[in-house]
Design a protein around this ligand. Sequence first.
Ligand SMILES: *Cc1c(COP(=O)(O)O)cnc(C)c1O
Length: 340
Amino acid sequence: MSKNIDWGNLGFSYMPTDYRYVSRYKDGKWDEGGLEKDATITLSECACVFQYSQSCFEGLKAYYTKDGHIVCFRPDLNGERMENSAERLEMPPFPKERFVEAVRQVVAANKEYVPPYGSGATLYIRPFMIGTNSVIGVKPADEFEFRIFVTPVGPYFKGGAKPISIKVSDFDRAAPHGTGDIKAGLNYAMSLHAIQVAHREGFSENMYLDPQTRTKVEETGGANFMFITKDGTFVTPKSGSILPSITRRSLMYVAEHYLGMKVEHREVYFDEVKDFAECGLCGTAAVISPVGHIYDHGSDIYFPSGMDTMGPWTQKLYDTLTGIQMGRIEAPEGWVVTIE
Ligand SMILES: *Cc1c(COP(=O)(O)O)cnc(C)c1O
């Protein structure tokens, strides 16, 4: 039985659900973990997460496929990425196999919150880890909490994906000491001011350039860039300081193996951007948000696909990836993991 929720009118906001998965780390090991009902966390005011932001997170979704199964898309890659984020922040990695099992448990326990097939809504899954014991001298915590909550969220695009207008930011996305490739709140804290500035100026998002030279395209606050050249090549920036998006890695595979496109994963100079035919932002939430216009300090780039619809290649990539996710197109081995 589904909960009595108006699935068609959900936004992207938090709604507490019945269960969350929690595991705690103490005396050098993770406990066995399990489902809990309390949606609040009580911590010392001096917990490391509050003082020194020792925290990282993940984001993925569960949804119904066409044939009535609840599935997740490539959760093993989220588990692997979270291990990397934890290591970079001196936190004990939560093993990726346990991560996938925990996702399974928490989604199954909250299955009444999984939106029906075709509603466009999904169950958003938010794993995170924080340093929980008090630390005042600068050092890592030695007690941690790994937690996953889930919350139903509405379709990212209500009424179709309209291309957005973005600006080249005067700010850097990530902390300038090499944490741009991990999924951590500290990088998002760095982007909050930049995004508010962009919104006040009428733009939906920022394009961040590499902080050293400001000549190469990095990513936006929470999504990687993809471009299509005029002759139909898929191009996406390679950089050690952007987050390795699972959507972007999946699109690279889909472009090559399903659509027969040439794929280039390489440094992309901002100077080349004006010559691309299509541009999009890719991430779990939106899959692809088409970009129609980029503003850069007084000059404008308009992509030929315009401001009304996605470009033709972007649309094909979007349809193929969402088709794979929803079970309408056969998925590569291991991509779609059945919860039940
Ligand atoms: C989560 C995230 C993305 C998108 O990654 P997906 O795995 O595709 O959801 C891109 N950039 C940043 C900074 C992110 O945090």
